[in-house]
Design a protein around this ligand. Sequence first.
Ligand code: GTP
Ligand code: MG
Length: 172
Amino acid sequence: NGVAPDAKNLRVKLVLLGDSGVGKSCIVLRFVRGQFDPTSKVTVGASFLSQTVALQDSTTVKFEIWDTAGQERYAALAPLYYRGAAVAVVVYDITSPESFAKAQYWVKELQKHGSPDIVMALVGNKADLQEKREVAVQDGLDQAEKNGMLFMETSAKTADNINQLFEILRII
Ligand code: GTP
Ligand code: MG
């Protein structure tokens, strides 16, 4: 189911889903390269990146990350990427209620068609834009709790909670 124990090297297949523009690619770029791209371009189809992180006890975890395209025209491709994923990260933008609604759509889709033991996280990104916030932290928390998901607010711009997000996901 996407997690393959191989001696002390673990592999975790992870997929990011969410509306176009919420910052999925920026979250991945921040995690993998430690960078932020204010002119990030929309993803076409999907893109693949991997990142290996070390745990305390000489175990390594290799994240195989599928960064999907959020534009509506690519929605039908999503199952290709979330099928067999051990972890799904559903991202919305805290300044966009539409993106929050879209996140709920993806959660339902994963519950219907994802692996039954998939670990899901709900992530409210762009937490640096507090003055433009339109989705309350509590709404994110409630939604996540209702669906048995992990929850975190992040900022790919400031790096806030990005490493922490992948930290909680590698303990699964
Ligand atoms: P698709 O590939 O179309 O699905 O979009 P995406 O979710 O990958 O969005 P992307 O990462 O390309 O980011 C979209 C825009 O939001 C870019 O202009 C980013 O610079 C900006 N952005 C991403 N993350 C943040 C963040 O944490 N804070 C702020 N202020 N802007 C962000
Ligand atoms: Mg993208």
